[in-house]
Write a protein that binds this ligand. Structure first.
Ligand code: GLC
Length: 425
């Protein structure tokens, strides 16, 4: 009898210790912050660090982990795609380019956010930025910042040679050649010619500047092999052949062309609005001597800007959708968005910020940017976007590196694109 009492009390003691340990572990777990992770281009991870820190200071129960990826947008997309295909994505959030949503939403990789956002809040965002997050009846991406391609130029060099900023493609060529001949600047025009998504965005602006189009979003007609498509490629190849653009431009992404412009050895740069703050940073060879304007175009046509931009989706497999939403809500709310765009000269996704007095005090040109934002050209919002972009990238690259004529390249690209779109059914 005595022995069994002893056994029982020992058993009860062990049980109490075990339960205590479990309770303690649960308590400790509950005190640990939840980690919300996402992947993004390394340049942008550096820039967003300040906001992430502010969020973590205000929300000690959540830790934001920003994984630094490659600086080419579509290389980041490939990494996300692989991780989602493998089933158990380590990312709670998809930091998404403006062109990714149809594919990610159709695959079921994202959470529908429509119930979390009121119509009145959504109405403050640029229409095109919101549209890029819609798939069927759902909203899968909250816009964080918008983007549009612009032409930067050196005011001092134009003044030196006595020319006005260029309006047309021909003006750009003439101004470049004049500056190259009359000043010690070696190059006329730098842009993004590597085989990657940025090349496509440069092309979208140039083909539209010739009055053409890549893919009509309504009819899904392909315009690559029409005269404007071929002229656009001829222009891109022509500026390299004429040594207006450096031969290395076929390997450039945004950062490479920006660095060349910052170093003072080129007169014109096609880039996104963030390049303004970077190029004007104290200590660059060009600070204070630059201006920006809409892209050049053919005589009788309009300038065109490609719509870019980034936003947040929430992964369908995250164990922490509530915490992920708190992060998304923070970054996309007016205060943090304002701080971010004012520090880095990014374009806001919220309309009110374009006319905000503080923003205008730093960037007086933002009032005009709203108009550019509202007319910027989206890339085709289709589920096979990545494939279509890949086709275009390959053939553009083949043409500007002299492996195919512009005409042959665009005919082949148009044919392959039509097959992909036809297969959509
Ligand atoms: C910018 C744009 C993005 C685009 C990318 C191409 O990051 O915001 O939309 O796809 O450049 O390089």
């Amino acid at each position: 009898m005595n022995l069994s009492w002893k056994k029982l009390s020992l058993f009860l003691l062990a049980l109490a210790i075990a339960v205590g340990a479990l309770v303690w572990e649960a308590y400790v777990q509950a005190q640990q912050p939840v980690t919300i992770s996402f992947l993004l281009r390394a340049v942008e991870a550096d820039q967003m660090q300040g906001l992430a820190q502010q969020f973590m200071d205000e929300n000690p129960d959540i830790r934001i982990e920003m994984v630094r990826g490659p600086n080419a947008a579509d290389a980041v997309e490939n990494l996300y795609t692989t991780s989602f295909l493998l089933g158990d994505s380590p990312y709670d959030i998809l930091f998404s380019d403006v062109v990714w949503i149809p594919k990610f939403a159709a695959a079921g990789w994202l959470v529908d956010l429509s119930d979390r956002v009121s119509d009145s809040d959504l109405a403050d965002f640029l229409e095109a930025d919101v549209a890029a997050g819609l798939y069927q009846d759902g909203l899968y991406r909250m816009p964080f910042r918008s983007d549009m391609g612009m032409l930067y130029y050196r005011t001092d060099l134009l003044e030196q040679v006595g020319l006005e900023p260029p309006e047309t493609f021909d003006d750009l060529i003439t101004a470049s050649q004049t500056i190259q001949a009359q000043t010690d600047v070696d190059w006329g025009f730098t842009w993004q010619g590597l085989q990657y998504e940025g090349l496509v965005t440069n092309f979208v602006e140039i083909i539209a500047g010739y009055g053409g189009f890549w893919i009509d979003p309504d009819s899904l007609a392909v315009g690559l092999d029409q005269p404007a498509g071929i002229q656009a490629v001829e222009f891109m190849k022509g500026v390299i052949d004429q040594r207006i653009s450096p031969p290395g431009v076929t390997n450039y992404i945004e950062e490479d062309s920006l660095r060349q412009f910052q170093n003072g050895n080129v007169a014109f740069l096609r880039n996104w609005p963030y390049a303004w703050a970077e190029a004007n940073r104290e200590g660059t060879a060009v600070a204070g001597n630059i201006a920006l304007k809409p892209m050049v175009h053919a005589e009788g046509q309009q300038p065109a800007a490609c719509l870019g931009g980034w936003g947040f989706g929430i992964s369908a497999t995250t164990p922490h959708p509530e915490e992920a939403w708190r992060v998304v809500e923070f970054f996309t709310s007016p205060g943090p968005m304002k701080d971010f765009i004012t520090e880095f000269a990014y374009v806001p996704s919220r309309r009110a910020l374009f006319t905000d007095p503080d923003v205008l005090a730093t960037f007086p040109h933002y009032e005009q940017l709203l108009e550019v934002a509202d007319t910027a050209i989206p890339r085709p919002p289709v589920g096979q976007y990545a494939q279509l972009s890949d086709i275009l990238q390959r053939y553009l690259s083949a043409a500007i590196t002299n492996q195919m004529t512009p005409e042959a390249a665009m005919q082949a690209a148009a044919g392959e694109s039509r097959r992909v779109l036809g297969a959509e059914g």
